[in-house]
Design a binder for this molecule. Structure first.
Ligand code: SF4
Ligand code: SF4
Length: 684
């Protein structure tokens, strides 16, 4: 019957030597893992991974185990994030390495179970299928490893070429991957390749020393055996030990190299938070009193999960590849931030100087890095936590500090007085909550929507459409205050909390249950972050409510000419709140798609408080995005966010000063389409 004999030709002392070496190499690996676990345990207990019953996911309850298993199946075994990344990011290469490695690991485990347990199943047809699958997946593994080495070689070559260019030292350090790291990568890939090749050699040596009629079931080893001819038992044992030396070396170096992510990512993904991407963790006054500190200064101020996630980083660079700040030449490099925090924590150093303030303030909190990361690292949490500490220590100056002062004194991020929030309403007969009107939806206007001249056009168009469709809505007018979103993302947590409490009490006063807003940033904050302040609301972006009205026949969808309109997905709508279809439905799906669309959209550069920070012309993410949108040939850019509108409006003037490019909100395009229709639709 087809099968394989364990320890073919091995004497008892040889077997004993093998067990001693396995034990020593695994013990060394375990000691290194324990030292990493000690570093994780210096962090704060994980209090945000709670089940609905309030128990931690780390306690093995039924619900907790379901959570772990689901995440491991989806993100580790299913490689969800890697599969959804672009082939340019090396996705097929990584999948070959992962599934090849996983098959070889599983095969070794099954072989060990067969050898050391009373259950014997390694024979017959199962054995033939096992040999065939392992042989084929081994080839995939080797191709993946060779492909990875080639990618690294080409990257390094282009880096070395660029190193001749005279760039500031700080920029070179942050924007280039260190040479030592590249060398480390080549060692790792070399080790994997040697393990794979010597594995085949071992298989061929066994067949050459002890040929069997079913050897064809492992075609690569079989071919190799035929090529090399007969082997003596001694020659077979030499090849066996040669292969095992590399395996022992692999155990020893695994936790030291970036290859450690194969282990660490299992823990990170298993314990991943269910907190929505757009929700930042609150800080309580009790916490501040206890720690006498706001935000994160040292690694130990982070949660244990965050510290563990730093070790899971596979240094693939997907986060950096999609970062809008990095792509316009800024110092912000999310991959490097992860390494910097990891290094600072290990050395017991402060995090902000390790990262560099310029990089920290460059983040737009667009979450592109979070969305791209295969091991679910939450870069935005890390960055905002460090910003909180800097702000509390008075390290924020310039226009963003002015924005915070304005928000605190006028409840408007642009410093406009409360009464100006009603200026746009003049002559429009807009219902106000304070007049006691009945309403289904609160129309939340937002600071920009109420006071920025272009954003006001969106506000007016939305109000007109809601009226036309017979929606019962009301506004807060001067009782509305900034949601506090820009303050929170800049790092002024307690100003955010003050504004959230102020608005939540107004919602309670008027019994607000449903909210519609034209601003995805307000939408995100009201939907995900206001619950903690007692405001449990149903929140809609205006595109969602308008799309619902179109589907019910209460409004007409716009029908732009083919190729005329490109839609810019706002990060906080498409990526953070997973809505990219409603805007397209409003435009009858007649949009031309730029390179980055839907949840992979490219940020305009306004989020995270960047709207209020100075920007050099060459480093405006909005200019890059505008070029991408206009490269589609569209003559109209449609938007669904007042921040995007402001940023792209300036960029269109800079990028295409002589062209007639229109910039319109979805509501305005819909308003045009409905201009000739009856005043109020009969369905309502
Ligand atoms: S943080 Fe995530 S996306 Fe970035 S390099 Fe590490 S693993 Fe890759
Ligand atoms: S959130 Fe956006 S800007 Fe900030 S690091 Fe991530 S990708 Fe870059």
């Amino acid at each position: 019957m087809p099968t394989r004999e364990e320890f073919l030709y091995f004497s008892t002392p040889e077997k004993l030597l093998f067990y001693i070496l396995v034990f020593l190499s695994l013990a060394y690996m375990a000691s290194q893992i324990i030292s990493r676990v000690r570093l994780w345990l210096q962090g704060k207990p994980i209090d945000w991974y709670k089940t609905r019953t309030g128990r931690s996911y780390w306690v093995p309850t039924k619900e907790g185990i379901q959570h772990w298993v689901t995440n491991i199946v989806v993100f580790v075994l299913g490689q969800k994030k890697v599969r959804s990344s672009r082939p340019k990011s090396g996705a097929p290469m990584h999948l070959m390495i992962f599934y090849g490695f996983f098959t070889l690991f599983l095969a070794t485990t099954l072989f060990a179970i067969n050898t050391y347990s009373p259950i014997k199943f390694h024979h017959g047809n199962y054995y033939l299928a096992y040999e065939m699958v392992v042989d084929i997946m081994g080839v995939a593994f080797l191709i993946g490893v060779a492909w990875a080495a080639m990618r690294r070689y080409l990257n390094l070559k282009s880096e070395l070429g660029r190193a001749m260019v005279d760039e500031p030292k700080q920029l070179i350090q942050r924007r280039r991957w260190p040479m030592s790291q590249s060398a480390n990568d080549f060692w790792t890939l070399g080790l994997l390749f040697i393990m794979g090749v010597t594995g085949y050699w071992l298989e061929a040596a066994r067949m050459s020393a002890d040929p069997q009629p079913f050897d064809w079931s492992a075609p690569v080893g079989h071919l190799w055996a035929q090529f090399q001819g007969p082997f003596s038992p001694l020659a077979y044992k030499v090849v066996w030990w040669f292969h095992m030396v590399w395996v022992f070396a692999f155990f020893c170096v695994l936790p030291k190299m970036r290859l450690r992510h194969v282990m660490m990512a299992i823990f990170t993904t298993a314990g991943k938070s269910d907190t929505p991407m757009g929700k930042l963790k609150s800080i309580s006054m009790e916490e501040v009193e206890q720690t006498e500190q706001i935000g994160v200064k040292f690694g130990k101020d982070l949660s244990r999960w965050h510290l563990m996630s730093l070790d899971a980083c596979m240094e693939c660079g997907r986060c950096t590849e999609v970062c809008p700040a990095w792509n316009v030449g800024k110092l912000l490099n999310p991959k490097q931030i992860v390494q910097d925090i990891r290094g600072a924590h290990q050395a017991g150093l402060e995090i902000a100087p390790a990262i560099g303030e310029e990089a920290l303030w460059a983040c737009t909190t667009c979450n592109a890095c979070v969305e791209a990361c295969p091991v679910l690292i939450r870069h935005v949490d890390l960055i905002v936590d460090v910003r909180r500490n800097l702000v509390s220590e008075g390290q924020l100056s310039g226009s963003s500090a002015t924005m915070l002062r304005q928000t605190a004194s006028t409840s408007n991020a642009w410093g406009q007085s409360a009464s100006t929030r009603e200026d746009w309403m003049k002559g429009l007969d807009i219902p106000l909550c304070r007049d006691g009107v009945e309403f289904d939806f609160l129309f939340w206007v937002g600071c920009a929507g109420a006071t920025d001249p272009n954003a006001v056009k969106t506000t007016k168009a939305t109000a007109e459409l809601l009226k036309k469709a017979g929606v019962k809505f009301a506004c807060l007018g001067k009782e509305e205050a900034c949601t506090g979103d820009p303050a929170r993302r800049v790092g002024e947590e307690f100003l955010f909390q003050e504004k959230a409490q102020q608005n939540a009490s107004v919602f309670e006063k008027y019994g607000v249950k449903k909210v519609v807003t034209t601003c995805p940033h307000c939408m995100n904050s009201l939907k995900h972050e206001y619950g903690e302040f007692g405001a449990n609301l149903e929140v809609y972006h205006h595109s969602q409510l308008l799309q619902d009205l179109v589907s019910k026949g209460s409004l007409l969808a716009a029908k732009p000419k083919r190729g005329e309109v490109a839609f810019h997905d706002p990060c906080y709508l498409a990526r953070v709140n997973e809505e990219s279809q409603a805007p397209r439905d409003l435009l009858s799906n007649e949009v031309v798609e730029p390179e980055h669309a839907k949840h992979k959209t490219l940020c305009c550069g306004a989020g995270g408080g960047r709207m209020w920070m100075e920007e050099t012309l060459a480093q405006r993410p909005a200019n890059r995005r505008t070029e991408e949108l206009l490269a589609t040939g569209a003559t109209t850019v449609a938007v669904g966010c007042p921040f995007c509108r402001i940023m792209l409006g300036d960029s269109i003037k800079q990028v295409r000063p002589n062209d007639e490019i229109k910039l319109l909100d979805l509501a305005e395009l819909l308003q045009e389409a409905n201009a000739a229709s009856p005043e109020t639709y009969p369905n309502n």
